[in-house]
Design a protein around this ligand. Sequence first.
Ligand code: ADP
Ligand code: MG
Length: 289
Amino acid sequence: MNLGPGPVPGPFLSMADGRSAVRNPNSPLAVEFAGVGLTYAARDGSTLALEAVDLAVRPGEFVAIVGPSGCGKTTFLKLTSGLLRPSQGEVRVEGRPVRGPLKIVGMAFQNPTLLPWRTTLENVLLPLEIVQPYRREYRRDRAKYRSTALDLLSSVGLDGFADRNPWQLSGGMQQRTSLCRALVHQPAILLLDEPFGALDAFTREELWLVLQRLCSERNCTVILVTHDLREAIFLADTVYVMSRRPGRLVSRTEVAFPRPRGLEDCFTSQFLELFQDIRRQIGEVREAP
Ligand code: ADP
Ligand code: MG
């Protein structure tokens, strides 16, 4: 286990799956938190949600943040996407301070929040209809983007469901659709807020494999927030543990298992040792006064 935000990468970024990219040593980190705190102010008092968060995420890295309910995980993602501004410190994405909502991120949540009156395909295309500059491009070449969206749906096993309404889809299919919607504008950074939390264990594991494949094909940077430690270890290159509120990052663990990972890898002794090690860290955080 090593603490802190971790080293700034050198000229070679080697990923757990052997992908390696030569990068300019001066190229910016994908995401940086420097001394970030966030206080929610309300009429009946203020809530310190996050405190002194330092973090550095390399381009293409898959980060998972595990922590108990209410510790500030969603707040962390909102700060990354620019939906919230920090009360202290600075958030930087691709080297630039975040000053407002970012267009280069895609987000998916525990609740897929699909619009019931739109078909599956129309739901996937929604970000392109709303967000500039995609809106302009989409209007110019609808056929191209429809074809991109159909390819995405097909790649997550939803061939033939494009014209169905969300209420005709199972929970797992809705979450697949939500992943496609988060990826349709080819974001550099994918933010996932407990996306599989409401699914049964079998469907959840199937979607781990889908997500792993989508991310390795696109080489995007991912921040996944979850309270499922097995999910975090299975998917991530780096797992951070967040303390109870006010959320602080209390440990950082690198997961060096090769990719692509299979579900059977969850039962190897190395996986179980790492699982126990991080469990112990979470236990220590729980017992802390
Ligand atoms: P998590 O996602 O880990 O469950 P959140 O980031 O949603 O936690 O919330 C962290 C803390 O901040 C919680 O105590 C929550 O009640 C509080 N909180 C979240 N959003 C708001 C808000 N808009 N106003 C006031 N308090 C909030
Ligand atoms: Mg949350």
